[in-house]
Design a protein around this ligand. Sequence first.
Ligand code: 13P
Ligand code: SF4
Length: 305
Amino acid sequence: MQDTQHIIEKIQELKKERNAVILAHNYERGEIQDIADFTGDSLGLSKQAMEQEAEVIVFCGVHFMAESAAILSPEKTVLLPEKYAGCPMASMITADALREEKMKYPDAAVVCYVNSTAEVKAESDICCTSANAVEVVNSLEENEILFVPDKNLADYVSRYSTKKIIPWEGYCPTHNQILVTDVIKAKKEHPDAEVLAHPECRRDVIDMADKVFSTTGMVEYAKNSGDEFIIATESGILHKLEKDNPGKRFYSVSEFAVCPEMKAIDLDSLLNSLEKMQHVITVPEDIRVKARIALDRMLEVKRNR
Ligand code: 13P
Ligand code: SF4
């Protein structure tokens, strides 16, 4: 077992040698966020992946995120340090199942949350993230929307759209298990704190929130207002919130708000990834081209809310 400082130095050295950039999602372990060149939400990291000049992107997140980077930047080598870091919600729909569903709703546009496989994106008209889902849906001409795979995000969007939203029955296990009773308990313990919730949460939890944001939305909001917050999303975000806002207080809504997949990468596996140039994430070209259209359409939609 090498000492932490030594591992960090080796990662920095190899990063230069490989001309690599490290991107980390806001839910990653604190030490991974700290060593990353950029942290962010799914939307921000997709944009970063495209803008980087580095030859190698080490994506500290889950499989669909690294896949999105590979779709958007096929000329770069995209590495996912932990091969099996996946998103259970993304596994709740397959391209075959989506094709079948599309046949039932021939007039519907398919909006696909980025938490999905490249094959599912390739079957969709447009992607969205938690930061732009409402804008994406409202930007479409179609009045019927097949929204996959997150039923909670679909329900959230339906509050801000007059369109008919047909949800897929998927969900994020981490967010879906945050309950109203957790919010009540947290509010009792911290009566002056504002509740910030992620739109992957259940409707009744969202109803108790003061504000609903993507993870980066929470980071921006907390910087500019209040000084005490109850956070209803994966608890990895507390690292960034606390780091950016010394003196403010943040409380996780529940000790169980942890996504094990987002904790899979540690400094050892990050170092290993750079040493062995593993695990390279690629997408077959026919799928990539179609999935890219759905992602590009999303990136063209302006955030104006
Ligand atoms: P955002 O950071 O885009 O809000 O993503 C949430 C998420 O669950 C990623 O897995
Ligand atoms: Fe998937 Fe939820 Fe984990 Fe995000 S937090 S990777 S949506 S299971």
